[in-house]
Design a binder for this molecule. Sequence first.
Ligand code: NAD
Length: 414
Amino acid sequence: MNIAERRAATRLEAANAKTADLTVVGGAGHVGIPLVLSFAAKGMTVNVNDINEGTLATLKAGRLPFIEDGAEEILAKALREKLLVFTSRPSEISPTGPVIVTIGTPVDEFLNPVRGVIQSSIDQLLPYLHDGQLLVLRSTLYPGTTSWIDAYLKRHGRNLKVAFCPERVVQGLGIKELREMPQIISGTTPEAAEAAAALFGPIVPELVLVEPMEAEFAKLFNNAYRYIEFAVTNQFYLIAKSAGLDYHRILQATKHNYPRAKQIPRPGFAAGPCLVKDTMQLAAFARNEFSLGHAAMLVNEGLVLHVIADLRRSHDLSKMTVGLLGMAFKANSDDVRASLSYKFKKELASAAYEVLTTDPFVKTDPELLPLEDVVSRSDLLILCQPHSCYKDVDFGGKPTVDVWGFLEKANVIS
Ligand SMILES: NC(=O)c1ccc[n+]([C@@H]2O[C@H](COP(=O)([O-])OP(=O)(O)OC[C@H]3O[C@@H](n4cnc5c(N)ncnc54)[C@H](O)[C@@H]3O)[C@@H](O)[C@H]2O)c1
């Protein structure tokens, strides 16, 4: 492309950005992409606004930056039909349609929410937002943040319709779940709630209308509850193990045709970018008096240390190469954010002779090795994530730790 063509292309993008039906800020992220594609699948034009130009280029080229079920076809069609425009600056958001914000909302080193992230994003957008425009907050928010942003905008003499409509889909299955799950809608005014309902109505099956703070709590309760569920089963696992029993046999007996136990998940390494952080946001709100939430963190994070302590008692790890199978934070995902597999790696780095890692999905870690190499070079294996492709693999009789009770053919030692 020569300079004139590039200029023409830029002009074309700018024109589209001006007229897109809506803008998604953080549109190239894990929450952003399935949302963008869900709107595009309904024929709407979307301004995908994201500071990560690398990810925007990947999308523009028709590729997904991470695994998202069913996304490829919709992306290809949306690109063909010119429904997407990609922008990277706040000044390029569309001036009329709704603006949805899906940027990350982390906790800090004290496990407290970082309001500054969302505030600075709003500050950057402020000069380009127009009064009367709908601003939808979709990132997970500390309770009270939506009303605070509304007041903040008013303090700056601005009059936007502010809504909070949390994302609750499971990562990787966002497109399917958006189609199937109710969407919680809240607005700081009835007009804002109505406008948000009109926006989401076409892409979701059902709307649930509540007040902003109720919506903020609903999202955090959803995630904290899930995190506690994992902790319950992990603690049961440790108790059964301390009695010298096989928890998986007990779990099977517990659940078999017994509806009230149907929900109990299998034990495993539960972490990732949302569950811990959102449980801690709730704890911060409760002045750290969320004993169940903190207990869940101790159990879930502690499971890794229990496994290593058990191995140290039964093996001389200092002479052994340990292979870690599955480095993503959950099964069949390529996302390593806050993955407990890396806690294993860190802890074992000083306890074992050598630590090798593998994952068929993760593309961001240059230290990963092919599965065959890890299996052949290791004295001991730990199944960190139960990726489906590991199910029937024969690990050549190598002793394997499988907390999940997942492997069919391995020589499982605990
Ligand atoms: N990942 C999930 O499955 C999931 C599910 C429900 C809710 N959430 C919540 O959604 C929010 C986003 O999570 P995520 O996993 O999509 O994060 P992510 O890091 O994958 O995506 C965030 C995107 O925002 C972009 N970004 C950051 N600051 C920006 C700015 N100022 N302007 C434009 N773009 C900007 C980043 O480049 C990134 O692409 C968080 O609050 C998270 O807790 C996540």
